[in-house]
Design a protein. Structure first.
Length: 68
């Protein structure tokens, strides 16, 4: 493999890892799930998804205290 191809592959791997670690890819996984299991359902916007997810986390006492 050429060095440039190895570098691109390494960057893609790091990007994937960081997105999974920070849960940045959660919306994409959710959209894929909705389209696969409920094809006729409306898919919420990313903003609606994040708001619902944040509300759910704040209501769950197992998530701990969120200060800000």
């Amino acid at each position: 493999m050429r060095p440039s191809a190895l570098l691109r592959r390494a960057i893609r791997g790091v990007r994937w890892y960081v997105r999974e670690l920070t849960d940045e890819s959660a919306y994409e996984r959710y959209v894929a799930h909705v389209r696969r299991t409920h094809p006729d359902a409306a898919v919420p916007s990313r903003r609606e998804f994040e708001r619902t997810r944040t509300d759910r986390q704040e209501e769950d006492p197992r998530q701990g205290f969120r200060c800000c």
